[in-house]
Design a protein around this ligand. Structure first.
Ligand code: BTN
Length: 338
């Protein structure tokens, strides 16, 4: 697989023409005229596209038409058909990076626009929550970071992870109807195994946010044996759960569109308009849980997620609302009263 996406203008322009009307056939001369380039340049550009995995059909008479695109998270593929106004309108696609969150932080420091999206085909040091790593082999998963420059105060930043978990769950639910759950605060599960994770990193001066980087890893086309032994029993992928390969480009486009919708609601009303949907996806509500938050351990019955995205537990001492932590379920069955 190529490690850097195509970036020159002629293949991109040529692609746009071919894709706009895939049913139409062109001659090399016709394309040369249309793009104001010599025919030899067109032939070179077509060869480049084929090298990248584009399928271009040429008849014996030399008529050319578009057949299919490779499933590469390139800026060209991602922005073609992306239905967003802000998120992903600026796009940086890398082959191999240490971590897209790290790249995004550097780009944000350099002043890139709100809504810029960074992807990679592979991460060598994908970062997870709580200092863990995120397994990021080439081509199989989606590794994406969204750079946000919100106007709201820094204390509202943690809710963005929960909002992202909702956008992600609703997207994955289109592929795995009824099987997707959110393990509060922001792990996304299919059939109890982790399929996606979110790592939000904030840079702020007191209450003022400089930038918020929302990093999302989705296991898409991994086979069971692709996962390292230590995570194989707890991790899954869409392919592992459904038996089908999915197009990463389409999945990411759908996710970014949902993310944009949820984000604009969040900017206006916080989680108020997403809470009911969030609760419907929760894997914890109705269960006895143990929650570790810093040095505290709390056990209780998970009864609610409040407007701030906190998990509400009924404990022996009364109700407790917790903003962050690691949860384990201690009872498999919900109580009859819930
Ligand atoms: C977790 O569940 O622990 C969070 C995992 C987040 C992984 C993503 S992959 C894209 C982005 N870049 C990173 O280095 N991490 C996040």
């Amino acid at each position: 697989m190529p490690q850097q996406p195509p970036s020159d203008k002629l293949p991109d322009d040529l692609l746009l023409v071919l894709r706009k009307r895939p049913e139409k056939s062109y001659t090399t001369f016709g394309l040369a005229r249309k793009l104001s380039r010599p025919p030899e340049d067109i032939i070179q550009a077509l060869l480049r596209l084929e090298e990248w995995g584009y399928k271009i059909h040429t008849t014996r008479k030399g008529e050319i038409s578009f057949r299919s695109a490779p499933d590469l998270l390139t800026a060209t593929e991602m922005t073609y058909g992306l239905k967003t106004k802000l998120i992903g309108r600026r796009f940086f696609a890398f082959g191999k990076v240490t971590s897209t969150n790290e790249m995004a932080a550097q780009l944000a420091e350099a002043g890139v626009y709100d809504g810029t999206v960074v992807t990679a085909e592979e991460q060598t040091h994908g970062r997870g929550r709580l200092g863990r790593s995120w397994y990021s082999p080439p081509g199989a998963g989606i590794y994406v970071s969204i750079i946000l420059r919100p106007k709201f105060r820094a204390e509202l930043a943690p809710g963005i992870s929960i909002m992202t978990a909702l956008a992600l769950s609703e997207t994955l639910n289109e592929y795995m109807l009824g099987k997707v759950q959110v393990k509060w605060p922001n792990d996304v599960l299919i059939e109890g195994k982790k399929v996606a994770g979110i790592l939000t990193e904030l840079s702020a001066d007191g209450p003022t946010i400089n930038q918020l980087i929302v990093g999302v890893g989705i296991n898409v086309n991994h086979r069971a044996g692709d996962f390292p032994a230590d995570i194989r029993d707890h991790a899954t992928s869409i392919r592992r759960a459904s038996g089908r390969n999915e197009q990463r480009v389409l999945l990411l486009q759908r996710f970014l569109a949902r993310f944009e919708k949820e984000y604009s609601k969040y900017e206006k009303d916080g989680l108020a308009r997403s809470r009911t949907r969030l609760k419907a996806y929760s894997s914890l509500l109705g269960h006895d849980v143990t929650l570790v938050s810093g040095t505290d351990t709390i056990t209780g019955h998970a009864v609610d997620i409040d407007r701030e995205g906190r998990l509400v537990l009924r404990t022996k001492e009364g109700k407790a609302s917790i903003a962050s932590g690691e949860v384990t379920v201690s009872s498999a069955k919900p109580r009859a009263s819930d």
